[in-house]
Design a protein around this ligand. Structure first.
Ligand code: SF4
Length: 386
């Protein structure tokens, strides 16, 4: 199948993200949603339920604003709006990771005003390199495992969990391979196509996603070999932030002459890395995956702090600049921003901050700022081969 046809499969999923979850529900399978991000989907899968990401929508926010202040991030406001409007009635449950004050508050609110039968918190350690973090997190994962077993009525054995871990590891490895091809030859897929494939993984059955993605990678490798050495004149960029919302932002970057070759997004590399060690006790290995994730404003990682991580990311991906893509009112990003900007400025790395919203984005001004930034950093041809 050609690349365009394969991509259409992923675009169709993202345009109607909950059709598979609803189908599973009709067939009698339990559906457990998760809010971004870091929720160990493997545990939900091993419990025989269908895990699905709840990532907000572009619909107007009305009902949620009667419960949440307008200065709460639009990702959480619009996710709550979806539930209050009845768009998430297919959910048997939801797991809410406590990554910031907003998700902490939302968890109590969801229990109080929503109809979702089962609401569970994922209580993450904030200082991920403390010696106690690993032991604590392993215990927290064991608690969620028991909680899922109770709600699904299915015991999770180590063997079942190992099988789920292998499936999800394969998905991460395939996604990273697609991203690697893209960073070496950015002309093969657009930035929006790359991130659509990643987003589709959050809505689809992983085995099905893996199958289509394998075909896509084969097609990309074939095309990459044909066009090896073709110069690429786009300005290579790194994106730092939470989520790539609104989706049109990737189109604007490309139209302005840029291409995204690296990120630290919750719906990007933080979702794809690292793998879970398949040789270890599965709960301890899941805990280690969490503790070894790339840095994010919600967690404190003294061993590999975010400033150094971003500088390394820009250099390793041969990017010309970095765009901070922040959701308005995202506290962790707001607190991190000044330190990150100073580090980039000191290293002479051009950077731009864009504030966006999941719902009702106004894109005119963003387009103008992107065009000016990408024109400023230039887009001289870069010759690369796989
Ligand atoms: S980390 Fe930011 S974007 Fe995510 S829920 Fe918290 S405030 Fe919203």
């Amino acid at each position: 199948m050609v690349i365009k046809e394969l991509m259409n499969r992923f675009f169709t999923v993202v345009a109607d993200p909950y059709s598979e979850a609803k189908r599973r529900k009709e067939q009698g399978q339990k559906v457990i949603g998760w809010l971004p991000t870091d929720v160990p989907e493997e545990l939900i899968h091993a419990a025989g339920a269908f895990p699905v990401g709840i990532l907000g929508s572009s619909n107007n926010i009305r009902l949620a604003d009667t419960h949440l202040q307008v200065w709460v991030c639009s990702l959480m406001r619009s996710s709550l709006e979806m539930e209050l409007c009845g768009d998430l009635d297919f959910l048997d449950g939801i797991i809410i990771p406590q990554t910031c004050d907003t998700t902490r508050a939302l968890s109590g609110l969801w229990r109080k005003v929503c109809r979702t039968p089962y609401v569970e918190d994922f209580l993450l350690p904030k200082q991920v390199k403390r010696p106690s973090a690993r032991e604590y997190l392993t215990g927290e994962l064991a608690r969620i495992k028991t909680s899922l077993e109770q709600v699904t009525g299915k015991k999770i054995s180590d063997e079942t969990l190992d099988t789920s871990i292998r499936l999800f590891n394969e998905n991460r490895q395939l996604l990273r391979r697609m991203f690697e091809i893209h960073t070496h030859q950015p002309g093969l897929l657009t930035s929006r196509e790359v991130y659509t494939v990643i987003k589709a993984a959050m809505y689809m059955d992983k085995a099905e996603h893996n199958g289509i993605l394998r075909d896509l990678i084969r097609a990309l490798e074939h095309k990459a070999a044909e066009s090896a050495g073709t110069p690429d004149s786009k300005a290579r960029l790194v994106i730092s932030g939470g989520v790539w919302e609104p989706p049109e932002i990737m189109d604007l970057i490309e139209e302005a002459g840029g291409v995204v070759v690296g990120d630290d997004l919750l719906t990007g590399m933080r979702y794809l890395t690292p793998d879970v060690d398949e040789e270890r006790n599965p709960l301890e290995a899941l805990a280690d995956r969490q503790l070894n994730k790339i840095p994010f404003g919600g967690f404190d990682n003294q061993n590999y702090e975010r400033r150094r991580f971003l500088l390394d990311l820009v250099r390793n991906s041969e990017a010309r600049g970095l765009i901070f893509l922040h959701l308005k009112f995202c506290e962790p990003e707001n607190y991190d921003y000044n330190d990150m900007r100073e580090a980039l400025n000191s290293a002479g790395i051009p950077n731009l901050r864009l504030e966006t919203e999941v719902a009702n984005p106004s894109l005119g001004q963003i387009r103008t700022r992107l065009e000016a930034f990408i024109e400023m950093i230039g887009g001289n041809p870069i010759e690369r081969t796989l």
